[in-house]
Structure formats: structure tokens, C-alpha cells
Design a binder for this molecule. Structure first.
Ligand SMILES: Cc1ncc(COP(=O)(O)O)c(C=O)c1O
Length: 356
């Protein structure tokens, strides 16, 4: 098998590897700037106004990362010593270094969902009863699209059903909407269909929308006021942050509709993978720009397979013993998917022939 030129690496590890567009770089260069801690950066103010409006909420706050957005939001929705219901495979629970407990002081109550979607009955059952022995449950967190489940969508009606439980029990509802625009584009509905049933949420500029940095939290004025203080506590108060906001404005204006291309490419990838002997893909979970596949049928581990792909210039992410994640994004064209499939097919064939 011929080794690929390193310059033509196909990187399917994450949509976070996307680079800013020329227009974004130009916008950074020419952005009007000020001190955002004094609320004097006009570009940040403009992005926050745009984001709040787009999401149908009162106010917004720019933060450097999705992880900070989640931490600041969980903290601003709770009091230390509370508990929060979240999906057992959620990013907050798995990949944020336990900040929910270590910094927010909140006990997570994980609920296993079906393809990332929690059953409202399970959410209700996880809420701790009121009493001297219990940490008050004051928050439910959703994730949309759901990363570890493979970019799956929590639909507006599913959100509504969970929010109904939250309201009945006086809980706040929050959505880690890191990739919420992927969900909206996939279902061809306005993003507000997803946001109107939760009290507050965050979305990332730095994933499929191609910005280099940044996430935005949206919610009521009061919530955003608390979030702003918390952002300052964790060192997220930024000065001429217009350099981050400027590409964010372009992302909101021009980068959302093209997510559809990533979804088409993900589907193409998934269908190709489904036809390779020894590789297993659950096509039901391929709803946006992620494709999870399993190499158990090849009797090898995910790390081993990912290493073989890397040797051929294809990057993917090992996600446990035999599970591998691939993500399509602006740096991936249809032809890249075709080459990726050829590499995976050859690697699988080689492994199968060695085992015989
Ligand atoms: C669902 C979800 N939430 C939050 C984050 C955290 O974002 P960041 O990497 O910007 O901290 C990610 C990152 O991949 C994510 O997938």
C-alpha cells in the first residue's frame, strides 16, 4: 500500500480542527476594538446582540471555550451543594475534568439516554427527593447535538418533554448546544425551535462554524449577569476580545447553512463504512456531521486501527476499546471522503487477510 504524502492528510478527528476563513482573518485585522471588561468592545457587543437575537433570548456572553461556557453556566444556574441531572455520556460529565464538581460544587446525577436522548421519566426519577439528606436538584442539562452518541439530535419535542419535567420540579434547564446549529440545519428548522424550551444554553463558534476561538452563552439578563461574574472568577474576562468576536459575526452570518455539506459527507462516509466487512456502523445515529464506527468485527482494538489509518494519512479518534470517531467539517470535501473510505477499506482488508 502506497504511503500518502503528509501534506495531504485527511483529518477526521474533529470539527475543531477547522481553520478560519480568509474573510475571518481579514475581519480580525480590521475589527473595531475596546476593553470588553468595561463592556467597551463594539465588536463583542455586536456579536452578543446578534447571538441573543438569533437564539431568542434576552442577552449573551462571549467566553473563550465551550468548557468554560458549560462551567460558567452550570455555576450560574445552581448554588454550591446542589445536584444536576445530565446525560451519562455528556461532555460535561466525561470531558470537562469534573469541573461541575471541582469548581461548581454540584453533584452530577447521570441518566443514561437512548442515542444521547434522556427519557423524561428517567430525568424525573433522578431528581433527588427534598429532605435533609439530599443535595437539592436544581438543574437539568441537555446536550445537542450529542457528541459521544455520535452527533445525534435531541429534537424540539424531546426538549420540550424534558423541560416540562424540569418546570414541574422547579429546575432550571440548560443546553450544551456546542453544535446546536448542526441540529437545526439537519432538521431544517429555525434554531429557536431548539432554544425556546430551555432557560439558557451555549453554542460554540470554534467547531463546525470554523472560528479559531469562542463560545457564546445566552439566557435572561439576570442569568447572563451572574454568568459574567463567574466568567471573571475563572479568568475569562477578556480585553480587546473583538478579535474573537469578529470571526464569530461572520460565522453567524455565513457559516451556518454550509453545515449541510458536512452532513451530506458524513452520510456518504457512513454508508461506505457500512459496506466494509468487519466494520460496524449504526446508521440511525448518523444524523449530523459525526460517524462512529466499531472495529470489533476485525478482532483488533480501536487504537491499533487508528494507528494503521494514521500511517496512511488519515486521522480518526479512538473512543474506547473498539469504537472510532470521525467528523466531517469545512476542511473535508467529497473526494476526501472517497479517499478516506479507500484507506479504511484497504486497512480492514489487510487485517482480515492477516487473520486468515
Ligand atoms: C458537546 C460539547 N460540549 C462542550 C465542548 C467543549 O468545547 P471546548 O473544546 O471549546 O472547550 C465540546 C468540545 O468538543 C463538545 O463537543
Amino acid at each position: 500500500m502506497k504511503t500518502r504524502d503528509l501534506n495531504s492528510i485527511i483529518d477526521l478527528r474533529s470539527d475543531t480542527v477547522t481553520l478560519p476563513t480568509e474573510e475571518m482573518l481579514e475581519a480580525i485585522k480590521t475589527a473595531e476594538l475596546g476593553d470588553d471588561v468595561f463592556k467597551e468592545d463594539p465588536t463583542v457587543n455586536r456579536l452578543e446582540e446578534m447571538a441573543a437575537k438569533k437564539m431568542g433570548k434576552e442577552a449573551a456572553l462571549l467566553v473563550p471555550s465551550g468548557t468554560m461556557a458549560n462551567l460558567v453556566s452550570v455555576t450560574s444556574n445552581t448554588t454550591r451543594g446542589d445536584s444536576a441531572v445530565l446525560e451519562a455520556d455528556s461532555h460535561i460529565y466525561w470531558y470537562e475534568v469534573g469541573g461541575i464538581s471541582a469548581i461548581a460544587g454540584v453533584l452530577p446525577l447521570p441518566v443514561k439516554g437512548e442515542m444521547g436522548v434522556m427519557n423524561p421519566k428517567d430525568v424525573e426519577a433522578a431528581i433527588r427527593p427534598k429532605g435533609v439528606h439530599q443535595p437539592p436538584t436544581t438543574l437539568v442539562c441537555l446536550e445537542n447535538t450529542h457528541n459521544r452518541a455520535g452527533g445525534t439530535i435531541v429534537t424540539p419535542s424531546q426538549i420540550e418533554a424534558i423541560s416540562k419535567v424540569a418546570k414541574e420540579h422547579d429546575l432550571n434547564s440548560y443546553m450544551d448546544g456546542a453544535r446546536i446549529f448542526n441540529a437545526a440545519v439537519a432538521l431544517k428548522v429555525d434554531v429557536r425551535e431548539f432554544t425556546r424550551h430551555v432557560d439558557n444554553l451555549m453554542f460554540c463558534l470554534s467547531k463546525g462554524l470554523s472560528c479559531p476561538i469562542g463560545s457564546v452563552i445566552v439566557g435572561t439578563e439576570g442569568f447572563i449577569g451572574r454568568a459574567k461574574k463567574m466568567r471573571k472568577i475563572v479568568g475569562g474576562g477578556m480585553r480587546q476580545a473583538g478579535v474573537i468576536a469578529a470571526p464569530g459575526i461572520i460565522a453567524l452570518e455565513k457559516m451556518i447553512d454550509r453545515l449541510e455539506d458536512d452532513h451530506v459527507n458524513a452520510r456518504l462516509l457512513a454508508e461506505g463504512l457500512a459496506g466494509i466487512e468487519g466494520i460496524d456502523v449504526d446508521l440511525r445515529s448518523v444524523q449530523t456531521n459525526m460517524v462512529m464506527f466499531n472495529v470489533k468485527g476485525l478482532n483488533i482494538g480501536a487504537d491499533f486501527f487508528v494507528d494503521r489509518l494514521r500511517e496512511q494519512g488519515l486521522l480518526a479518534l479512538s473512543l474506547g476499546k473498539t469504537r472510532i470517531r470521525t467528523v466531517t467539517h469545512r476542511g473535508i470535501e467529497k473526494e476526501d471522503v472517497e479517499v478516506a473510505l479507500a484507506i479504511i477499506e484497504r486497512a480492514a482488508k489487510e487485517i482480515r487477510s492477516r487473520k486468515r
